[in-house]
Design a protein around this ligand. Structure first.
Ligand code: AMP
Ligand code: MN
Ligand code: MN
Length: 321
């Protein structure tokens, strides 16, 4: 593969991590395959260099990602007795969740992320628009001179696969496939990863989707649906059961923008948006205090469900117009 021009931040991060003996590595709230894959992939690589790594996440690792080696070691913690704190796949401090502390006693905060909406909240920020954060970590592992092994490769390939929804998103480029090839050559099983992450829904989840889809709304290319606390209670499903619903809506021909509003607690609504290339939902999410990618974004609104819906639809109607 040809050598890409190295950004200054990338070079600084390499130097910082070459000198570090202890590192805290942090994934975002409600972690997905890219967040868990990138944190674990980096941890395995640093451990090969004798670095002691501690993994942090405000929320538990979802069942579908527990197959990844080391995934049992995440805990909701924040430590400042480290040589560096590395936050991965996270566009702002709110996405770190309640473990985040502004105070870190001079420990450098390193941000490595692929979201265009990243607020560059670290002391060093390497933000580059790739299909996944795991691809950035793959480059970093190379910079550090750590040979790929099957653990590192499986973790990183998981992030590539999940963030591209199985190589289907528009930001899947030849370089994405090349990264996947490198990781498969290093021993990662694409089939095992695909099965683990995409064959992971339950009947309970599907019943919840049935209830929600029954109430699907559609207007001028915008489709939306809502999952309330009441729906979740009745189905006996956790809020994460609504994951994947916005992707499903985005597969509908008539839909330019798909929105799923999920009431995670009373008066707190998680919004998941998907769009065709024509509409920039990252900008909409950013304007609502969230972030993401042009065609896949989200935000968290501290509002009752009906008000959250109106706020989001208002912003989307303007974006679509
Ligand atoms: P999701 O709809 O949850 O799959 O998220 C789609 C994209 O939007 C992901 O890249 C997330 O990182 C981003 N995203 C979702 N919720 C938020 C939020 N509250 N703040 C910032 N980014 C978000
Ligand atoms: Mn993520
Ligand atoms: Mn990601």
């Amino acid at each position: 593969m040809s050598e890409r021009p190295k950004s200054r931040a990338r070079a600084e991060i390499r130097t910082l991590l070459e000198r570090a003996r202890r590192v805290l590595i942090v994934a975002h709230v409600e972690p997905d395959g890219d967040a868990i894959g990138a944190t674990l992939g980096l941890a395995w690589a640093l451990r090969r260099r004798g670095v002691s790594c501690t993994l942090a996440c405000a929320h538990p690792v979802p069942d579908s990602l527990r197959f990844l080696p080391g995934s049992e070691a995440f805990a909701p913690r924040w430590r400042t007795d480290e040589d560096a704190i590395v936050v991965l796949d996270t566009s702002d401090t709110q996405r770190i969740g309640e473990i985040y502390r502004d105070e870190r006693g001079g420990v450098p905060l390193v941000v490595i992320d692929h979201h265009v909406t990243n607020l560059r909240f670290g002391d060093v920020n390497w933000v580059e628009a790739r299909a996944s954060t795991c691809e950035l970590v793959l480059d970093l592992v190379g910079d550090l001179g750590v040979p790929l092994d099957v653990e590192i490769a499986a973790c990183l390939l998981t992030g590539v696969v999940t963030d591209t929804r199985g190589f289907r998103t528009r930001n899947t480029h030849a370089a994405t496939l090349a990264a996947a090839m490198t990781l498969m050559d290093a021993g990662a099983s694409l089939g095992d990863i695909m099965d683990a992450v995409f064959r992971s829904r339950s009947i309970t989840t599907l019943r919840l989707w049935g209830v929600a889809l029954e109430r699907l709304q559609h207007e001028d290319g915008i489709a939306w649906l809502e999952v309330s606390q009441d729906d979740l209670r009745r189905a006996g499903a956790p809020p994460s059961a609504a994951d994947g619903l916005s992707n499903l809506l985005s597969e509908v021909r008539e839909v330019d923008v798909a929105v799923v509003l999920r009431e995670v607690r009373a008066n707190v609504v998680d919004v998941s948006m998907r769009s065709t290339p024509r509409v920039d939902v990252a900008a909409v999410a950013l304007s609502l205090g969230g972030g993401g990618h042009r065609q896949a974004s989200g935000c968290l609104l501290k509002l009752p469900l009906p008000e959250a819906r109106e706020r989001v639809l208002d912003a989307l109607r303007r974006a679509v117009a």
